[in-house]
Write a protein that binds this ligand. Sequence first.
Ligand code: GDD
Ligand code: MG
Length: 364
Amino acid sequence: MKALILVGGFGTRLRPLTLSVPKPLVEFGNKPMIMHQIEALADAGVTDVVLAVNYRPEIMEARLSKIAEKFGINITFSIETEPLGTAGPLKLAEKVLRKDDSPFFVLNSDVTCEFPFKELVAFHKAHGDEGTIIVTKVEEPSKYGVIVHKPNHPSRIDRFVEKPVEFVGNRINAGLYLLNTSVLDRIELRPTSIEQETFPAMVRDGLLHSFDLEGYWMDVGQPKDFLTGTCLYLSSLTKKGSKLLTPASEPYVHIGNVMIDPTAKIGKNCRIGPNVTIGPGVVVGDGVRLQRCVLLAKSKVRDHAWIKSTIVGWNSTVGRWARLENVTVLGDDVTIGDEIYVNGGSVLPHKSIKQNVDSPQVIM
Ligand code: GDD
Ligand code: MG
């Protein structure tokens, strides 16, 4: 089988992290975001993955060729000279997607869940129509694509409304599809939206179905949601009793949902958790308090710092007795001085912060 991942542009909503690293390579749960998707696809029998991008992906190419080797799959890049939206890239990659008659997966690169792809394939084959989209329930549907079912039909979609202004329902497009190759006949090679054009056309023909997602789901394309998504992911690992987590019996683990890379060093008398990921080569000093936060590779947290709802970028340093909270995001190689308070700061790479940041702002 084949898959196309919509990787898109520069990931501006995940700045300042994406100023240094392409969004798909930002580590989510200590693993590049896109790895979670590629692993799940390979597991479902996918052999060819197309990454649809609209920039030159040199850095990604190098990293992903190793991943491809590991999973024994082909990964190719389909590069747009102008952004083709969410449908145009399918047409651009038509050759790979039509390699055989089997249906192909399409994934938004910024979503996380347990990726039930095998179940999706079985469901899609059973109904026999042109497309299936995975749906999930959310409380605030207005920033998503909303689906409404045909009356008296459990899965056939009656309406697809992208970013509805008025409430039409709370079951939303999770950004994961399985489509027959005939869908490619509906798409022209131009900037075009699968949500605004292709899905409504398939709905009119009664050929689009929904598949209900079980468990958690999150679009992690912005820092606040990245943190929430991390909590959901760690909770699901806890539920499964995953060995990826640091045992809650460790004296410094508080409550649980803690993932610490084996190469990280943790000082004395720390209190870590719940919902923390600590990447490779990270050094945490003594008496540090960490909760609901992500420490990316090779960052340092000095003694007695207090960090909550924060992403600490690669190679950054947080000073002694510093306090970070309220969706603070440090880019690559940022230094936060001793005893500094940062409240919702988004700090660009290589900056050094020597004064308190009392209210949410971008620090350039
Ligand atoms: N290659 C390519 N080219 N990819 C693109 C382009 C483009 O021009 N534009 C967007 N993408 C990619 C993005 O990188 C992302 O992975 C995916 O397409 C969806 O775009 P977003 O910008 O993240 O859309 P959204 O989050 O507002 O809405 C979409 O996702 C929701 C679920 O998170 C829609 O599919 C909604 O219907 C859905 O509910
Ligand atoms: Mg998105």
